[in-house]
Design a binder for this molecule. Structure first.
Ligand code: 4NP
Length: 154
């Protein structure tokens, strides 16, 4: 069965939709078969497209977020996905609050060389390019891991 990954951040308008779109583009380049989605722990932006400044930064590097719409993570997501990947420690804590047994990983675990322990929120830092660069490294590491495990071979 196709391996399913859910990316989670706070608002689902900056980091997690970017993680979803970047990982999708890179998986396609490698011929990996994955189901990818993203969601927020908060509900403020449900139904909205990704944040404009994030879309601009992402478009400049050839990715497209325009079709994505924010949604809130829910309990049913823990059964619907094989792996849930969080952008920061608050996301991990909120996810464990919903399901203490959840298989949750930090996205930065897949980019140990970056030295980062979370993906800083560009909605507050305003460093959209920096967040995108880190997300690209994390996506590469995630796909290397999936490639090595043979989990996502098409
Ligand atoms: P994200 O960024 O979690 O990367 O989508 C945020 C966007 C909006 C808000 C928080 C985080 N907000 O509070 O509105």
């Amino acid at each position: 069965m196709t391996y399913r990954i859910l990316f989670v951040c706070l608002g689902n308008i900056c980091r997690s939709p970017t993680a979803e779109a970047v990982t999708r583009a890179k998986a396609q380049q490698r011929g990996l078969d994955l189901v990818l989605d993203s969601a927020g722990t908060g509900d403020w932006h449900v139904g909205k497209p990704p944040y404009g400044a994030m879309q601009a930064a992402v478009s400049a590097r050839g990715y497209d977020l325009s079709s994505l719409r924010a949604r809130q993570v829910g309990r049913k997501d823990f059964a619907a996905f094989d792996l849930i990947i969080a952008m920061d420690d608050d996301n991990v804590a909120d996810l464990r609050g919903l399901n203490p047994e959840a298989a949750v990983r930090a996205f930065t675990d897949f980019a140990p060389g970056s030295g980062a322990t979370h993906v800083p929120d560009p909605y507050f830092t305003r460093d959209f390019d920096g967040a995108l660069t880190l997300i690209e490294s994390c996506a590469d590491g995630l796909l290397d891991w999936l490639d090595a495990s043979g989990t996502a071979q098409a």
